[in-house]
Design a protein around this ligand. Structure first.
Ligand code: ADP
Ligand code: ZN
Ligand code: MG
Length: 497
């Protein structure tokens, strides 16, 4: 679209319209083998080595449904608050493509494994529920690789390793009203599926791909506008950019007296624009029909109960529990439950330390900072959660100062040792010996006559400064409570805290 045409979408015009967005998200299930055969799903194998007659679609080869894939699909459905259908059915979705040797994809059509779910999102402090229309299972196609630049030297290759990789497709209701809501929805879907270990959702490996459907309508209008679908968005940033572009493009079209045509588009991240891939007229007629080589999938009460019982606590429940049980702030609970390893790490620290709030500060502060600096995941943290819990416990029990703990922690991180071992090795012990402290306090008093005078004159908050000086003189190793008491006594209030 030319820039003059886009100019029709003035900020005023855009403000008069409301975007309507629905997402279709494809997620690779975390099985070791393919959905209808025993071939491995491992990433990065030599081309066309993870294949067999079934996933190559050779005549006469018969698919056998993977129980593991079904269980992960059910878990995914449950994690998205769906109803799991007691019967679902596979269907053939017919189309020709060089990387689809069977000539059809095995998918689900009118009887998906799960439906009627929802995802709660939070945008600008406002919570909103986005409907999940359905979750269905399907097999992935292979990969075409195009190589060479000159016509005389151009080749296309096909790698069928990915054929038969198990996927679920999650279709949302058209409930989102901004690119920010779509972004939040995809974030939430990704987090929850990673949490229940249904998928790694590794976008770089194509484990999570998203098609975005978007239309615009005048605010207050009841009827949805005609939608365009932007296919194959493989990053959160591109999703947002593509939607923002599409909204402006559609508003401009309508404002210019044109109309939006229903079509499939692609996003070009270099140009920051979407362009037509195929129009409705070229849309596939997939000729869906029930897959004759597979019996309907039945999920009985007992099986469903077993799968349900094997699920971890969902992040939304955990968030609520962390707030109620540990008194965490909503923001902290959000951060600490975003991923399962962090939530489990935190909970161990909270339990061992006996102070969930200080534990949260240490996990979100010092630990996360060091992990980030070293590019490490929390699961690979050199400091075991039990050890961080012990360190926090020492602070809580006033056996070490917070300052000393800050000195000990990086040493625990670099060595993997416990606080006790580090303190022993480095000679970092809390000084609770009154004689030694008396000497230090005498020095502090001698060196800070102005503050001493202020204190004696009634400005008692100056005590904090003097305590700080004493802590500094001992590299944070002095017992704060003891120092405060001794200082007060020396300064003549006679108070022993
Ligand atoms: P199609 O038949 O074109 O595949 P569906 O009704 O199956 O369309 O919907 C596909 C996706 O598009 C869903 O996520 C749905 O929420 C979304 N969607 C449907 N209609 C609209 C619309 N008018 N504007 C935006 N999104 C829509
Ligand atoms: Zn195979
Ligand atoms: Mg559809």
């Amino acid at each position: 679209m030319s820039s003059s045409a886009i100019d029709m979408a003035t900020p005023d015009a855009i403000a008069r319209y409301e975007p309507v967005i629905g997402l279709e998200v494809h997620v690779q299930l975390a099985t070791a083998t393919k959905i209808f055969c025993g071939c491995p799903t491992s990433f990065g194998a030599s081309p066309n080595t993870n294949v067999c007659p079934v996933c190559l679609g050779l005549p006469g080869a018969l698919p056998v449904l993977s129980r593991e894939a079904v269980e992960l699909a059910i878990k995914g459905g449950l994690a998205l608050n769906c109803h799991i259908r007691s019967q679902s059915r596979f269907a053939r979705k017919n189309y020709f493509y060089p990387d689809l040797p069977k000539g059809y994809q095995i998918s689900q059509y009118d009887e998906p494994v799960a439906e009627h779910g929802f995802v709660d999102i939070l945008v600008d402090g406002v919570e909103k529920r986005i409907g999940v229309t359905r979750v269905h299972m399907e097999d992935d196609a292979g990969k075409s690789i195009h190589d060479g630049f000159k016509d005389s030297d151009r080749y296309s290759y096909v790698d069928l390793n990915r054929c038969g990789t198990p996927l679920i497709e999650i279709v949302s209701d058209p409930d989102m009203r901004s690119s920010a809501e779509a972004y939040a929805y995809l974030t939430e879907v990704k987090q929850v599926l990673q949490f229940v270990e249904v998928s790694t959702c590794d976008m770089e490996k194509g484990h999570l791909r998203c098609d975005a459907n978007v239309s615009v309508r005048l605010k207050g209008a009841e009827k949805f506008g005609t939608k365009a679908e932007v296919k194959n968005l493989n990053s959160f940033r591109f999703l947002k950019q593509a939607l923002d572009y599409e909204i402006v493009r559609q508003v401009a079209l309508l404002e210019g007296g044109g109309r939006v045509v229903q079509e499939t588009r692609l996003y070009d991240p270099d140009l920051g624009e979407t362009f037509t891939m195929r129009s409705k007229e070229d849309a596939h007629d997939y000729r869906y029909f029930p897959e004759p080589d597979l019996v309907p999938l039945r999920v009985g009460e007992k099986w469903l109960a077993e799968v349900r019982a094997s699920m971890p606590e969902l992040p939304a429940c955990k968030r609520k529990r962390f707030i109620e049980e540990y008194g965490l702030r909503a923001y902290d609970a959000e951060v600490l439950t975003a991923a399962r390893p962090a939530s489990e790490y935190y909970e161990t620290v909270a339990k061992v330390s006996g102070d969930p709030k200080i534990a949260a500060n240490w996990v979100m502060g010092d630990l996360m900072a060091l992990l980030k600096a070293e590019g490490k995941e929390i699961a690979a943290s050199p400091v075991r959660p039990e050890n961080l819990g012990e360190l926090v416990k020492l602070i809580v029990k006033d056996e070490i100062s917070g300052k000393l703990a800050k000195e000990i922690f990086p040493k625990m991180f670099s060595s993997g040792d416990s606080a006790g071992v580090v303190m022993e090795r480095e000679g970092l012990k809390q000084i609770s010996d009154t004689d030694a402290l008396d000497r230090i306090i005498a020095e502090v008093i001698a060196n800070n006559p102005k503050q001493v005078e202020q204190y004696r004159g009634g400005k008692t908050t100056v005590i904090n400064f003097l305590v700080g000086q004493a802590m500094r003189a001992t590299r944070g190793q002095a017992n704060v409570t003891l120092v405060t008491g001794l200082l007060k006594r020396k300064l003549g209030t006679g108070e022993i805290c």
